[in-house]
Design a protein around this ligand. Structure first.
Ligand code: FE2
Ligand code: FE2
Length: 274
């Protein structure tokens, strides 16, 4: 079974800065003939505040003509503890109304794919506890299946013991709980987005894939901390057969190499925190 992971499309009817990359991406997906498309978040430019972004982008996703699953990114539902755009129940409900649940299970061959909401992590919301219990349960019920996780934000940048990297990776406390789960259930794969970088590595028996964005690259003016991986656009192709999971980060022909640095103030104007 072939599955395509796309990430960080950052699309909006009102802000079309990266819109030209959708048609080549959609055309390429059609050629690949996947049975499932997984979007690992930041589907929208600003679905957290602009509901129209969610309605518009889910229409584009449906237009692919392939079944899809998605997990939300910070620009879709806000972020735990964010000063101006915190994750809230209202924002999550808007996401669910358009994209369906923010966590899900897909059993594929002898593997179990689990998507969950990284934006809840560290929020202290009741929903975070519910998600943690749900995750334990679906891992436990996986039986002999190999397990793969899909979430927006990576668990860590350089190593599992690193401190708080701020915006860029999951906070140390929720990270510790998740890493503990990966060890207990020998999670085969953790696939994420958010960083707009491509990276494929194995750590403690788990393979980590950072899916590149198909919208834009992040340059030096955005002041990201040093991190591994490659600054490139693209997507990820998975082939799953029995318990085998093959993964390839690939280029998608025809994508324009936009840089967020050039348009950051237009797309994401800095507003004072309230
Ligand atoms: Fe993004
Ligand atoms: Fe993000």
């Amino acid at each position: 079974m072939r599955i395509i992971q796309i990430s960080d499309t950052h699309l909006s009817p009102g802000k079309a800065h990266f819109a030209d990359n959708w048609a080549p991406l959609a055309g390429w997906i059609a050629e690949q003939r996947p049975q499932l498309v997984i979007h690992t978040g930041d589907v929208t430019v600003d679905g957290a505040d602009v509901e129209e972004d969610l309605g518009y982008t889910v229409g584009l996703m449906r237009g692919l003509g392939v079944r899809f699953r998605a997990v939300p990114g910070n620009h879709d539902v806000g972020d735990a503890g964010h000063g101006r755009q915190p994750l809230t129940e209202d924002r999550l409900q808007r996401w669910r109304a358009h994209f369906g649940p923010d966590r899900w299970v897909e059993d594929v061959e002898d593997c179990r794919l689990i998507g969950f909401d990284a934006m809840l992590l560290g929020s202290g919301e009741h929903k975070e506890t519910q998600q943690a219990e749900w995750l334990e349960a679906v891992m436990h019920d996986a039986g002999d299946r190999r397990i793969a996780w899909f979430l927006h934000r990576p668990l860590f940048l350089d190593n599992p013991d690193e401190g708080d990297t701020g915006y860029w990776s999951v906070k140390p406390q929720p990270r510790a709980g998740l890493l503990n789960l990966t060890r207990r259930h020998s999670v085969a794969l953790v696939a994420s987005g958010h960083l707009h970088r491509a990276h494929d590595f194995v750590r403690d028996g788990t393979r980590y894939i950072w899916a590149p964005s198909s919208a834009f690259l992040v340059g030096p003016r955005m002041k990201a901390p040093p991190m591994p991986g490659e600054n490139r656009l693209g997507a990820v192709v998975y082939e799953i057969a029995g318990r085998r999971i093959e993964a390839d980060i690939v280029s998608v022909p025809g994508l324009s190499r936009h840089w967020i640095d050039d348009v950051a103030e237009e797309v994401y104007p800095s507003r004072p925190a309230k």
